[in-house]
Design a protein around this ligand. Structure first.
Ligand SMILES: *Cc1c(COP(=O)(O)O)cnc(C)c1O
Length: 368
């Protein structure tokens, strides 16, 4: 039996009718950019995020970029970022001319290690960008306390963790201004690119709203040099139709993770995901680690089982950042993760049989 890395089949079946109805309402409305569907989704996603504001934008990278821009972070500023994140977090910092300052993750949770933060702070530091990687909330109490002590902004990269919590607070509500992505494969996915900024600061929300629409609040009056980064009506309507299902789908992801945890627990050279005290994990990805990663991936591919590596090259070793002169060994935890991590199939509605096929194949591999 083949098992893909990701299937939209159960999700799409569950919301086929409401999504297609929502799309035809937009079609019939004859209003396709910045209309009622965007307004409605922004209100719903703000409520979900327990923030007063949500601003829909074109994608997650733009959400990060416009969040930094709204905070007036610029050339000469430093922004602390995980050494092991998806490159988007770093790119957003580079877009505003600031310098990404990598900090290593906790090797058990893969999230920013609060104990290492203070050593990275300099007089130029303006902000910390925690990334709730793979779906697990960062240790936000410690991160917020450090930010407060040093008068730094916090911008959460919440692209992978919609609905995760830390000590009861939902991700995307802790930072001054936070970014998320509705890329199709994310836990709340659109049918194309989409993203949002969440904040409870009305002034920052207004800045992002202006920046996403040509730097203009009133048509043809441009206050700042803005962007065209709007969430479109069709995607907003799709997201509104899917949002009511998100926590049910999250529960299904957590069930899949629990089955994997149970069935893979007895393999010595296989590290399973660990959830930090106070945090919840929404399993955007189910990531295991092994020193035999490449062989395991090859074996699973031969068995028809899809896997991916998140991520094979840490940002500091990417060609794009060669001008920063980082070298191998500079961020050993991120580098170790890049060579040992493997994401197993995971999607809401993945069946027990499918999980067992994957787990059995992993067992067979380790017996060889
Ligand atoms: C997906 C992702 C982004 C970027 O989102 P896009 O919508 O693809 O631009 C940013 N950060 C992280 C951690 C992501 O996983």
């Amino acid at each position: 039996m083949k098992v893909p890395f990701l299937s939209f089949t159960p999700q799409n079946q569950a919301i086929r009718t409401p999504v297609l109805e929502a799309m035809s309402r937009v079609f019939d409305s004859q209003w396709y950019v910045l209309g009622e569907a965007v307004k409605q989704f922004e209100a719903e996603y703000a409520r979900f995020s327990t923030t007063t504001e949500c601003v829909g934008v074109a994608n997650g990278l733009d959400a990060l970029h416009l969040a930094l821009k709204a905070l007036d972070i610029q050339q000469g500023d430093e922004v602390i970022v995980p050494s092991n994140t998806y490159i988007a977090t770093w790119l957003a910092i580079s877009f505003v001319g600031a310098t990404p300052i990598p900090v290593e993750p906790n090797p058990a949770t893969y999230n920013l290690d609060p104990a290492l933060l203070e050593a990275a702070i300099t007089p130029r530091t303006r902000a910390i960008m925690p990334v709730h990687l793979y779906g697990q909330a960062c240790e936000m109490a410690a991160i917020m306390a450090i930010a407060k002590r040093h008068n730094l902004y916090v911008i959460e990269d919440n692209a992978q963790s919609q609905g995760a919590t830390y000590q009861g607070g939902i991700t995307g509500s802790f930072g001054d201004v936070n970014a998320t992505s509705f890329y199709p494969g994310k836990n709340l996915g659109a049918l194309g690119d989409a993203g949002a900024v969440t904040t409870s600061n009305a002034d920052l929300a207004k800045k992002v709203r202006t920046l996403r629409n040509y730097g203009s609040q009133q048509k043809y009056y441009n206050e700042v040099i803005g962007h065209n980064s709007r969430l479109d009506e069709l995607q907003a309507a799709v997201l509104s139709a899917k949002l009511p299902m998100l926590m049910e789908w999250t529960g299904q992801r957590q069930q899949v993770a629990a089955l994997y945890n149970e069935q893979l627990a007895d393999i010595p050279d296989l590290h399973l995901p660990i959830v930090a005290a106070g945090a919840t994990h929404v399993y955007h990805l189910y990531v295991v680690r092994t020193s035999r990663r490449d062989e395991l991936q090859k074996y699973l591919t031969e068995q028809g089982i899809g896997t991916l590596i998140h991520y094979p090259i840490p940002p500091h070793l990417q060609q794009a950042y060669r001008s920063m002169n980082f070298k191998v060994g500079d961020f050993p935890i991120a580098e170790e993760l890049a060579t040992t991590c493997l994401s197993l199939p995971m999607w809401p509605g993945m069946t027990e049989v499918e999980v067992k096929v994957v787990a059995d194949a992993v067992h067979t591999f380790f017996k060889s």
